[in-house]
Design a protein around this ligand. Structure first.
Ligand code: ATP
Ligand code: MG
Length: 352
């Protein structure tokens, strides 16, 4: 019997609505599979908590989360609470404390009509973006000099350590080898002559240990073009924090939008819990109305299943998602339908 202890942070806005449906699916799987058991422990942290208690999470929050196998997060964010608080005091704090240096974003088209691409391009989009999640352009290094003066200068430094660059690239090679896919590195060595030249060198160096993996290396500008004109060429992609952030939103746009985009923040060594979340925010405009699409959070639950070695269930969840997307009456409004968040989750659970 496999027991997976999950810390649940439903968060704000549509977070609790979509996470509720993800948990519904996990519970349905637990019921069908005598070998799996989940425990769910909820934490009320987020912006509402901040407005009442003056803090996004309790002071011992990280210590408490450390005892779990995984964290399942809805969304945090609320009008009136500045992003630097909601983001830094919860999401980024968790990512950093638990050294979740791998961000996994599947870019897979589950139904041909979900892509805005026309013609032959885009019918078979199916790749995985592995984004560096701990340093790079988002390391928070820089300076603000002569503020307000005519000679004002602002510096934002990308930080690429040997350790940080090697480990993400190695993870990507392992993933490509394991799944027998090609590996594409996306960088910008022609303009960023320190960080990206280093990145390219490490990509080549580590690659010598993986002669069996077929590799490509693109500049980020060219890669953005290929994402749109020829997305089928990508299988496994590895890229830096900033480029990964931008490219994965582009990828989401190619495959059905935010209502379908899932992400996993992984600590591969499993020393700390990994975190699974839909990548959308709290969407205050549609919160509390049953309009939110729960498929992104269900998809991130399937990433969790994969991570714990339950790939067969992970695949089953995606197959059901494919079937469900064929039924116009089971689509939420973001996909042009009229179904509610709960209706989608209920029907999904029935189809398991
Ligand atoms: P945050 O600041 O928390 O990121 P945001 O309003 O900037 O929030 P998102 O919440 O990510 O951005 O979403 C932008 C818009 O996309 C939302 O306002 C909503 O209309 C739509 N959206 C996002 N997620 C979903 C979803 N799961 N289902 C349906 N629509 C969604
Ligand atoms: Mg947002």
């Amino acid at each position: 019997m496999k027991e997976i202890n999950i810390a649940v942070i439903p968060g704000d806005g549509i977070g609790p609505e979509v996470i509720g449906e993800g948990i519904k699916i996990l519970k349905a799987i637990e019921e069908k599979d005598p070998e799996i058991s989940f425990s769910f422990t909820e934490f009320p942290w987020g912006c509402e908590y901040y407005l009442q208690q003056g803090k996004m999470m309790d002071a011992d929050g990280i210590d408490r989360l450390a005892k779990f196998d995984a964290i399942y997060l809805g969304a945090v964010g609320y009008p009136g609470v500045p992003d630097h608080i909601s983001l830094w005091d919860l999401l980024l704090k968790i990512r950093k404390s638990f050294d979740q240096y791998v961000n996994l974003r599947p870019i897979t088209l589950l139904h041909p009509e979900l892509t805005p691409l026309k013609g032959k391009s885009g019918s078979d989009i199916d790749f995985l973006v592995i984004r560096e999640n701990s340093e790079g352009e988002y390391a928070g290094a820089g300076d603000w000099l002569y503020k307000g003066k005519p000679e004002e200068v602002v510096l934002q430094t990308g930080v690429f350590s040997r350790k940080g660059t090697e480990r993400i690239i190695r993870y990507a090679y392992e993933e490509a080898r394991k799944s027998n896919r090609t590996l594409t590195s996306i960088s910008k060595g022609n303009a960023l002559q320190y960080s990206m030249v280093f990145w390219d060198e490490v990509f080549e160096e580590v690659g010598r240990e993986y002669p069996d993996v077929e590799t490509y290396s693109y500049l980020v500008d060219a890669a953005s073009l290929y994402f749109v004109t020829d997305p089928e060429r990508f299988e496994v992609v590895v890229t830096s924090n900033l480029f990964g952030d931008i490219l994965t939103d582009l990828g989401a746009a190619l495959t059905g939008g935010l209502g379908l985009a899932a992400g996993a923040n992984i600590n591969p060594e499993r020393k700390y819990p990994s975190m699974f979340e839909p990548i959308h925010g709290s969407a205050p405009d549609i919160a509390g109305k049953g309009l939110a699409n729960p498929l992104a959070s269900i998809w991130s639950a399937s990433q969790m299943l994969d991570f714990f070695g339950e790939e067969e269930w992970g695949r089953t969840v995606l197959d059901i998602m494919r079937d469900l997307l064929k039924e116009p009456e089971l689509l939420t409004p973001d996909l042009g339908g009229k179904a509610t968040t709960q209706e989608v989750g209920d029907r999904f659970a029935d189809m398991l």
